[in-house]
Ligand binder design. Structure first.
Ligand SMILES: C=C(O[C@@H]1C=C(C(=O)O)C=C[C@H]1O)C(=O)O
Length: 200
């Protein structure tokens, strides 16, 4: 692997919470709660999609990032990437891949490089996804600092989502944060006829 990015590991400390009572726009919630592949959705919005690997390393899962499926102290491969659409950074993603999940058919997930993790995950018939939780990140957060390093002005809180994927009985956790210029913050234009009463 080439040298890690100077900001790696960016990390993601946050209070992930149930999205049920969030007061966000429909458009942003639609992106945050979409259980399908984010890679596939971004590809529909751009000509050139790419994954930039910021870095990856093995470490003990922190108590703050532990989940019901991944225990604190468990050895995980941390993978951080940027997803770009037509050279615009759309998403920062931090994934935790337990070494105990990187066995058998799943060993290759340890060496994805710039191949999209989602592209591989969503091609598996064994894939299931648990509930999506969301969180916001301000300018001072690690991902806010990353945005400013990328010369992306952080004019409003950034929003992200986290969920556990299961490949059969093998868990992995994926957290994604929409960066300032992401499509997720662009209001979906209403259709021209939306809400206009037409005389019969
Ligand atoms: C889970 C997906 O994979 C995407 C690609 C990732 C990667 O390559 O590390 C990480 C998270 C996602 O943004 C997806 O496309 O839905």
């Amino acid at each position: 692997m080439s040298q890690p990015h100077p900001l790696f590991p960016v990390t993601l400390a946050s209070h992930w919470h149930d999205p049920s009572r969030s007061q966000l726009t429909h458009s942003l919630l639609d992106w945050l709660l979409d259980s399908a592949s984010l890679t596939a959705r971004l590809k529909k919005h751009c000509t050139h999609f790419s994954v930039e690997l910021l870095g990856q390393k093995v470490e003990a899962c922190s108590a703050a990032e532990a989940t019901a499926e991944i225990c604190a102290g468990e050895q995980v491969l941390v993978r951080e990437v940027l997803l770009h659409c037509d050279q615009v950074p759309q998403v920062f993603a931090r994934s935790l891949l337990p070494l105990s999940s990187l066995t058998g058919e799943e060993q290759h997930l340890a060496n994805l490089g710039t191949q999209s993790l989602g592209q591989v995950l969503f091609s598996s018939p064994l894939l299931t996804r648990k509930k999506i939780h969301i969180a916001s990140f301000d300018k001072q957060s690690s991902v806010g600092q990353l945005s400013q390093y990328l010369q992306l002005a952080v004019g409003q809180p950034l929003w992200g989502r986290r969920s556990t994927f299961m490949l059969g009985d093998k868990p992995l956790v994926v957290a994604e944060v929409f960066l300032p210029q992401a499509f997720a913050y662009q209001q979906t234009p209403l259709s021209v006829n939306a809400g206009i009463n037409h005389a019969e």
